[in-house]
Write a protein that binds this ligand. Sequence first.
Ligand code: PGA
Length: 255
Amino acid sequence: MELIIAANWKMHKTAAETAEFCAQLRLQEGRFSKVEVLLCPPFTALAAAAAALEGSTIKLGAQNISWEEKGAYTGEIAPRMLKEFGVSHVILGHSERRHIFGEDDTVIRKKLERALHEGLLPILCIGETEAQRSAKKTASVLERQLHAALEGLDPESVGKLVIAYEPVWAIGTGQAASPDDAAAAASLAHAVVEKILGDKVGSALRVQYGGSVNAGNIGGFVSLPPVNGALVGGASLEPDSFAELIVAAGEAAGH
Ligand code: PGA
């Protein structure tokens, strides 16, 4: 299964910085042949990214969407506005959206349905907090988040899906999960999605690990079969080291 390595830039990079990054990354693109690479810049940099990536296989994702199609929703961005720039993916349920901006399972479900309806491929983030982990509730938290987002969806409408397992305590802390723990969570996600949505969605599903991934530790994650890529924050902000991370992932996964 092809790996998917996605860059989540969060609130970093202007349009000019994005164009420069894309130009630099493209110099190394020939080395990424078997890895699907996705950049998720801020909304304001999407046009610059789209222009700089023209003719490239590097794809574009958004970090958020409105659950509404259009209308009187000040400050919101609709999927159709993003598709105009060639955006194909959207990150949903990221822990920063859940914990800083108060998005709960209901909001995430509405956004997921909107993404599917508009033909954007969701990267659904799930993950436990430090307290939930200490209380040995990781599996039940992941199951609850997956059920809330996916239960009752028509498998035909889902098609492809990406889940990002991102333990909250590992995001931006420099303290990544162990590859074994990431693989255990990824296998649970594969099993739960297959149970909820059936074999067809299950077999197309890719599960990423996210949380303090870098070029040095990526190999340990993607060499374990349930882990099909990574969602990368801090280590995706500099083009040369992000390129090294992508190459290391491809090598470790045996491509
Ligand atoms: P990090 O962020 O790689 O900086 O830990 C990952 C994420 O939030 O997706």
